[in-house]
Write a protein that binds this ligand. Structure first.
Ligand SMILES: [Fe+2]
Length: 198
């Protein structure tokens, strides 16, 4: 799949999820939000890893790409904030509205301005290759997310993995607070790291 088709398909999926969020309530609403969060995190990740770096250099896409990075940061911060909530409070609902508006604006700008300029700046081969790279990365991430999800309860296993997650500093916050809150936990993790080094 070429890069534009892949990203546009992601956009449509998130739009659909946002309309589901509007009509859902209670815990069902939080579950729809979790899906939105996962989709947007995956989408921003593949764009930032492959698509935007390719568009940063060409003159015609340079500025829009820098803007897009900033818009992603706003979205990611909102997602993290909202992800800490256990239920949809009034404040949370307001954040959800701002999130949706931000995403809609970003999608519009990408599809109407960035993509046409990217199409002119990149070769057909580039566009195809970027699409393949993003698709593969998405699948890889989804696979690792589902395996993490199934082993969530075995916290010790994920603690030994946290070393490799040092490249993603934002995500380590939660795991740090968990492990540092109990001193007995650190003894256990020492044992487990010894085992894993063999
Ligand atoms: Fe984006």
């Amino acid at each position: 799949m070429d890069a534009f088709s892949l990203l546009k398909a992601d956009h449509r999926k998130v739009e659909d999820l946002f309309s589901q969020l509007e009509s859902a309530s209670g815990q069902a609403k939080m579950r729809v939000f979790e899906q939105i969060k996962m989709e947007l995190e995956l989408h921003t990740h593949i764009e930032e890893k492959f698509f935007y770096p390719a568009l940063e250099k060409p003159k015609q896409t340079h500025e829009l790409t820098l803007e897009a990075y900033e818009e992603h940061d706003v979205v990611k911060k909102l997602l993290q904030q909202m992800g800490r909530a256990k239920s949809a409070t009034e404040e949370w609902e307001a954040q959800a509205k701002v999130l949706q508006e931000n995403v809609e604006h970003h999608v519009e700008e990408e599809e109407n301005e960035l993509f046409p300029k990217a199409e002119a700046a990149l070769s057909e081969e580039d566009i195809e290759t970027l699409g393949e790279q993003m698709e593969a990365e998405k699948e890889r991430k989804q696979r690792s997310a589902s395996s993490k999800g199934s082993s969530k309860k075995s916290a010790n296993k994920s603690a030994s993995k946290s070393k490799s997650a040092s490249t993603a500093p934002k995500r380590t916050r939660a795991s740090k607070s968990k492990s540092s809150s109990k001193s007995s936990g650190s003894k256990r993790s020492k044992k487990s790291t010894k085992k894993s080094r063999r």
